[in-house]
Design a protein around this ligand. Structure first.
Ligand code: GLC
Length: 578
């Protein structure tokens, strides 16, 4: 498929870091002392966001940390003569690339797979003019490449977290700057121009052997199957920028005028006023991790949760001056409306399910209880059995007369990490995962969504997609990459034992099966029909999960504490109010 028509001449990519403003306007939360004995108190949720302080992760300490083996510079970045990448001396991260597999903390036994995973992750690294700029989606030469030879923005996130956790921020910084340059490129599909803020789904390095010259080529959706722009890429970019800042303590990258503008451009696409009557974001099918037609068009939970998280990260990263201030005000308003909407209308537990089951329809005016006119007959049979007495989840989608009751892993985990879910809802999501272990974890964590759609419904919803047949790929397949999100959510809710169990399940097969992209079947027993091997985010997801369990403070990179001002709403069913 890969017919690229956009290219960026890297000669035009200037040394952005030179413009870095001073760090006096450090916008990431102030960090106070943390009592590590709290980590032992279970099962209270951990105040992860405050665990990781700059002091705790200082270079000197990291250098002497038992977590890191002696430096092995064989993988260090190749020498380069470009000023594209200026490593902030305050981070010192530049010197950290090339560290080998981290050694386990005392008391933790490293699994032999960890070393193998690091080697595989390093093999996936992509270089541009001598600098590491990302990781390829899959190192699998046995299958047709399609676009798996590219650096996907969403796929790079777990790789980036692994590198950050291992004290190697260079590749992450380079990736952030490179994708930022791609954002500024003019994007067109046929004769239609895309919004300025759109971030690419993926990019690759093109080497011109004649000129001996490297350029970057990006795909904003114009080459992707289905031709849909990735709404999630921009959100992941902001989330990653915050993770980088949090992990390194280096705010100079986020403070760069270019990065500030990048954040504003991404969010302008989502915050502009229009015909919307809901604060959620209206999307086309296939605009996220599920990048094919799967009936997630409308207001998919994955995008809403990422949107919420990106808005909260942007609040921490944006300078509150000039244009930034204006956007901050917009963000605050949207966050309030979005959390109210999501917590009220996307949340489903047994009480709410019963309320919907008894809904009256055709109500008019402000007093309507069934605001979206959901017809109780549209409730699918499976949801009554699936819903445990204790537990709940954010459903897949809510729009006029349409509730998609499917459970989606990514959206629910991000809802926990971003605190879109209240503490009670977060606990309920974890309760549900425990109660429905067979269905959601089974023999390979974790189901991308549950349940699969079959037969006639599959024909209508997927358009007879042969890749998304029942219990395969995006249609109820099991994706090892989701392990890192599950683990982070477990740690945040104070239930690391759930993550430990899931990791053990994965360890029984992942390496032996050569790190597949996904597994098929009701319990995830079979390597996926068209699954790639050596899929990088399966590898990185495992590493990130392991590192977070060993050192829960890492979760702070991808977790935000509850904002007390966003009070949970009083709901009619009163099943989880406070
Ligand atoms: C598939 C997945 C998508 C992923 C890509 C590269 O298209 O659906 O989420 O980013 O592969 O791994």
């Amino acid at each position: 498929m890969s017919s690229f028509n956009l290219s960026v001449d890297a000669n035009h990519q200037n040394g952005n870091a030179k413009n870095a403003s001073d760090s006096s306007s450090f916008t990431v939360e102030d960090i106070d002392d943390f009592d590590f004995s709290k980590l032992l108190e279970k099962p209270r949720p951990l105040n992860i966001d405050r665990l990781r302080s700059l002091d705790e992760r200082s270079l000197t300490e990291l250098a002497g940390s038992p977590q890191l083996r002696n430096a092995d510079f064989s993988n260090a970045p190749r020498v380069h003569d470009h000023s594209d990448y200026v490593i902030s001396p305050s981070v010192g991260g530049g010197r950290r690339s090339g560290f080998n597999t981290p050694r386990s903390l005392p008391g933790f036994e490293s699994h032999p797979m960890v070393g193998e995973a690091w080697d595989a992750l390093r093999r996936s690294m992509v270089y541009f003019r001598g600098q590491p700029v990302g990781t390829i989606a899959a190192v699998d030469n046995s299958e047709e490449k399609l676009n798996y030879d590219q650096v996907f923005v969403r796929d790079f996130v777990p790789s980036a977290l692994a590198f950050l956790m291992n004290g190697e921020p260079d590749i992450v910084k380079n990736f952030i700057l490179k994708t930022l340059r791609l954002q500024s490129w003019e994007k067109k599909i046929d004769r239609f121009q895309l919004g300025e803020g759109v971030m690419p789904a993926s990019f690759k390095v093109f080497h011109d052997p004649v000129r001996n010259h490297e350029t970057l080529i990006a795909d904003f959706g114009e080459s992707a199957i289905g031709r849909v722009a990735p709404v999630d890429s921009g959100f992941w970019w902001i989330i990653l920028l915050r993770a980088y800042t949090k992990s390194t303590g280096d705010s100079s990258l986020a403070d760069m005028p270019e990065c500030q503008k990048g954040i504003r451009l991404i969010l302008s696409l989502c915050l502009s006023e229009g015909f919307d009557t809901f604060p959620t974001l209206l999307c086309a099918d296939g605009c996220c991790m599920i990048d094919r037609r799967m009936g997630v068009y409308g207001y998919p939970i994955e995008i809403q949760a990422l949107f919420f998280m990106a808005l909260r990260c942007a609040l921490l990263l944006l300078k509150h001056d000039g244009e930034g201030k204006e956007m901050v005000e917009q963000i605050v308003k949207r966050l309030h409306a979005l959390s109210y909407h999501m917590r009220s209308y996307f949340w489903l537990d047994s009480k709410q399910l019963n309320d919907i089951y008894r809904y009256k329809t055709e109500e008019y005016s402000h007093t309507a209880v069934n605001k979206f006119n959901v017809i109780p007959d549209s409730l699918p049979e499976w949801v009554f059995d699936f819903m445990p007495p204790h537990g709940g989840f954010f459903i897949g989608n809510v729009s006029p007369a349409r509730m998609d009751f499917r459970w989606f892993a990514l959206g629910n985990c991000i809802a926990i990490l971003s605190s879109l879910a209240t503490p009670e809802q977060s606990t309920a999501i974890m309760d549900l995962i425990e109660s429905r272990w067979e269905e959601l974890v089974g023999e390979m964590p974790l189901k991308v969504c549950y349940p699969a759609i079959e037969s006639h419904e599959w024909r209508i919803v997927t358009g007879c997609d042969p890749k998304n047949t029942r219990w395969s790929y995006h249609n109820g397949g099991s994706w090892p990459v989701l392990l890192w999100l599950l683990t982070a959510a477990c740690i945040k809710t104070g239930r690391p034992q759930i993550a430990r169990r899931a990791i053990e399940v994965a360890e029984a097969r992942l390496h032996k099966d050569h790190w597949p992209e996904y597994y098929d079947g009701k319990v995830g027993r079979y390597v996926g029909k068209q699954s790639r091997k050596n899929q990088t985010w399966s590898i990185a997801g495992y590493l990130v999960a392991k590192m977070m369990l060993e050192d829960p403070s890492h979760v702070g990179m991808v977790s935000l504490e509850e904002d007390k001002q966003m009070k949970p709403v009083m709901r009619r069913s009163n099943s989880w109010t406070c």
